[in-house]
Write a protein that binds this ligand. Structure first.
Ligand code: ATP
Ligand code: ZN
Length: 309
């Protein structure tokens, strides 16, 4: 690891070291990187470990592309809660004359993006977001509820020099839909399991209550109430700081928010409750590199066995 100069933060120093060791490849935008084969192998092996720990519950695995239907996105309320994080997609939709104007603007170095039009998709902000509209079309849940395994690249517009805060990253989730009791039990079970899973990788971790980064003044109230109701917990692992460890797993209980919003009924007709456990895949890889070194071949034998068998 390279020595940090006085003015660099620990986050920047770790980012530089990851780049110097070839694990991340800078692309000229904070929070957006290429990944080396070594980095991807670690991330994939961790994914397989998560599958192993979840297999007994028999989740239905679904892989959506890293975009979602814009109408569904609008309906989801994301712009009400997290407008600052959203990544919408725009395209040129004009005629020849518009094209000429576009080219002129680009050549003159002027802003050409204002003439672009929002297309029918936006970039996925959380892996589970396409699941609820799908469930809305399936009708009432079975009495035992439902369990899904989702995995997606996600975009959050939060440029940062902290390598653990990326703009594009992967999120794996188990999402449980059912009665309040069913989903609460699920979350409880995963809070315990998640801690054991991370301990099996010999990483230090602590569980804490948390809140989502709701936007604005009204958002503060939402965040406070989320905390008060213990709706969100995070498993924190020190990556660049021991005082401010990084949220690597989240355990969210959404009450019947999505069930109501999307009209997903339980067998008795009332809106379902939902909860999820989310794994920040890059963050866990970064934690492994931080604690065990940049070369997985030299990681403790026990950790290697857990990941590579
Ligand atoms: P934070 O409080 O650090 O911003 P969050 O509350 O926004 O995290 P969630 O919305 O619960 O995180 O997302 C689920 C998981 O995705 C998190 O536990 C984390 O591991 C990961 N994650 C979230 N944001 C990022 C990011 N910008 N870069 C990398 N991983 C992320
Ligand atoms: Zn979720």
């Amino acid at each position: 690891m390279t020595e940090a100069s006085e003015s660099t933060t620990p986050e920047e120093a770790y980012l530089r070291a990851l780049i110097a060791n070839g694990l991340l490849i800078p692309m000229g935008v904070d929070g957006v990187y290429g990944r080396s084969a070594v980095f991807e192998d670690v991330l994939d092996r961790f994914g397989a470990l998560v599958s192993g720990w979840g297999v007994e519950n028999g989740a239905e695995a679904i892989r959506f592309p890293p975009v979602m239907n814009r109408h569904d996105f609008e309906h989801s309320g994301y712009m009400k809660n997290f407008p600052q994080l959203a990544g919408t997609i725009h395209s040129f939709c004009g005629n020849d004359r518009d094209h000429l104007a576009l080219r002129k603007k680009m050549e003159a170095g002027e802003d050409w993006t204002a003439d672009q039009k929002a297309i029918d998709i936006v970039v996925t902000p959380a892996a589970c977001y396409s699941l609820y509209p799908m469930m809305a079309k399936r009708g009432a849940l079975k009495p035992e509820g439902a369990l899904f395994d989702v995995y997606s690249w996600c975009l959050r517009h939060e440029p940062s020099l902290d390598p653990a805060r990326m703009q594009l990253f992967r999120m794996r989730e188990y999402v449980r839909l059912g009665s309040a009791e069913q989903v609460f039990d699920f979350r409880q079970q995963w809070m315990e399991r998640g801690q054991k899973l991370i301990a099996s990788l010999e990483l230090p971790a602590s569980l804490d209550v948390a809140n989502d980064p709701f936007f604005g003044r009204q958002g503060k109230l939402l965040a406070d109430s989320q905390r008060e109701l213990n709706l969100k917990f995070e498993l924190l692992i020190p990556i660049t700081s021991t005082e401010k460890p990084t949220a690597c797993l989240s355990f969210n209980y959404a009450q019947d928010y999505f069930g109501q919003l999307w009209s997903i009924p339980m067998a008795d007709g009332t809106p379902c409750h939902s909860a999820c456990v989310a794994f920040g895949m890059e963050r866990i890889a970064l934690a492994l590199f931080r604690h065990h070194g940049f070369d997985p071949k030299r990681w403790p034998e026990s950790v290697r066995r857990t990941l590579w068998g």
